[in-house]
Design a protein. Structure first.
Length: 475
């Protein structure tokens, strides 16, 4: 293999030599908010010794790095490339590795691990351009840049050739290893749906009648259930069966056809979905949310159900908490770079353990618990924000002080400061920066009037929302 690769590089360099004297036409490039004149010689691109011509944009050299149009280069190599305009992120998946890069950001997520980039993706002349060396090497390809020839040679490993079976008079079923049956850990009787437990992936044999674009996902994360609506009735094709598993993220899968065909997926832990098409098949991969989303906020509406919290003047704390949390959720769900979850959306009582387990399973970036206060001294009033004191990780303290200052400035509440409190269960048992906001005192008439005004909840939600944006911008 090493000899073949070396030979391929020599051939690529020889083929490129005749182009080294040809100057590329001067181009006007627009990126980083400016116009640039680009007059470097053209770059030749070879994949497994086959020349690749890009039509949207040619390869562009910025500094000592080369950017190429994402889909034109990597999809012919079998990868799936998805551009999400709202997030300004590109997802590259080859069936094994998932890469997530954001335009103009110097870091990337590779299979859930954060890695630094020396050249971020860029939008050049309204075309998405990504760093060819970083992407290729993360996918396991070899890359060689021939500076004199101005060529890039990429060698994608080829699957090992299958040797011919030896001739034999014996029954092949007896001489060859049998095809392994499902392991003891999973069984699958779904029609036209296969399962890769090591990748937590369901694979649907694709039909011309439906595609990923037709599908919708309902994430019932607190129930550890995901419903995927295929967008039509495909009961004739997917006509029955179930999947039961005791390994990986998928516990069970069943089909429903009452109002169109739906896959009901029960999971072992809270999961996010990567949905994509590859080689004529639809892949449904389950991953940990933090492997898909870079910024995750879990909103915890305190108390609920049989636990009303405190009360004052006929007002129950649990009702105010869910009102404030819901208004904050409505803002965050429309933030393109933030994924948001809630510990409750109705008048139910998750246990303290339920709340912290959810946060830790998700791998949240920030945990925000919303409460209101009460003391016997009715003169006491104001807002206070608690955080878990951790000298080695001051992010929780930073956010607590940020949101406390913004609430005081924006709502004019009495400032009872941001305070360390390592005794609070939800702060002590979450693994990410966590805060608990006490909006005001229901025992104080002045606070109670403010807390129940129609505009208080949306204003408080906006302040917390802006504080979260600032927190993430400050990294």
């Amino acid at each position: 293999m090493r000899h073949q690769f070396k030979k391929a590089l020599i051939m690529a360099a020889m083929l490129c030599t005749s182009y080294t004297v040809v100057q590329a036409d001067t181009m006007n490039l627009t990126y980083d908010g400016r116009n640039h004149v680009y007059d470097l010689p053209s770059i030749s691109l070879y994949i497994n010794n086959t020349p690749i011509q890009t039509t949207l944009m040619p390869p562009i050299q910025l500094g000592d790095r080369v950017l190429v149009p994402a889909r034109e280069v990597f999809e012919p190599m079998g990868a799936t490339v998805e551009w999400k305009e709202a997030e300004r992120k590109v997802y590259v998946y080859d069936g094994v590795s998932l890469l997530v890069l954001e335009v103009d950001k110097g870091e990337a997520w590779v299979n859930g691990e954060l890695k630094m980039l020396d050249m971020p993706p860029k939008v050049i002349n309204d075309k998405l351009m990504i760093p060819i060396r970083f992407i290729s090497e993360q996918l396991g390809y070899k890359v060689v840049w021939e500076g004199n020839a101005r060529s890039i040679a990429i060698q994608k490993p080829l699957p090992p050739a299958q040797s011919e079976l030896p001739e034999t008079e014996e029954d092949p079923d007896e001489t060859l290893n049998p095809i392994p049956s499902p392991t003891e850990n999973w069984e699958n009787s779904l029609s036209n749906i296969s399962y890769e437990p090591d990748q937590n992936t369901l694979i649907i044999e694709q039909q011309p009648l439906f595609s990923v674009a037709d599908m919708s996902i309902t994430d019932l994360y607190r129930e550890k259930k995901i419903i995927i609506d295929l967008g039509g009735d495909y009961s004739a094709f997917l006509n029955g069966g179930t999947l039961v598993s005791t390994e990986g993220r998928i516990k069970g899968v069943s089909l429903e056809h009452a109002a169109g065909t739906r896959l009901i997926i029960n999971t072992s832990s809270v999961s996010a979905v990567n949905l994509y098409e590859q080689e004529g098949k639809i892949h449904i991969q389950l991953v940990k949310p933090s492997e898909k989303y870079e910024k995750i906020v879990l909103i915890d509406a305190g108390h609920g159900g049989s636990d009303p919290g405190t009360s004052g003047g006929g007002i129950l704390e649990k009702d105010l908490n869910i009102r404030y949390a819901t208004d904050l959720y409505r803002l965050l769900i429309n933030a393109p770079h933030i994924k948001v979850y809630m510990t409750r959306e109705e008048d139910v009582k998750p246990s303290l353990e339920d709340r912290t387990t959810l946060a830790n399973e998700i791998g949240a970036s920030l945990f925000v618990s919303i409460h209101n206060n009460y003391v016997d001294n009715t003169a006491v009033n104001g807002t206070e924000t608690f955080y878990f004191s951790n000298p080695s990780d001051p992010r929780g303290e930073y956010f607590a002080k940020l949101v406390q200052a913004n609430i005081i400035q924006g709502l004019g509440m009495n400032d009872r400061k941001a305070k360390a409190n390592n005794g609070l269960y939800v702060l002590r048992n979450t693994t990410m920066p966590s805060v608990l906001i006490e909006g005001g005192f229901l025992s104080n008439e002045q606070d109670r009037m403010r807390l129940t005004q129609a505009d208080f909840s949306p204003r408080l939600a906006e302040i917390i929302y802006q504080s979260i944006l600032t927190y993430f911008e400050m990294n």
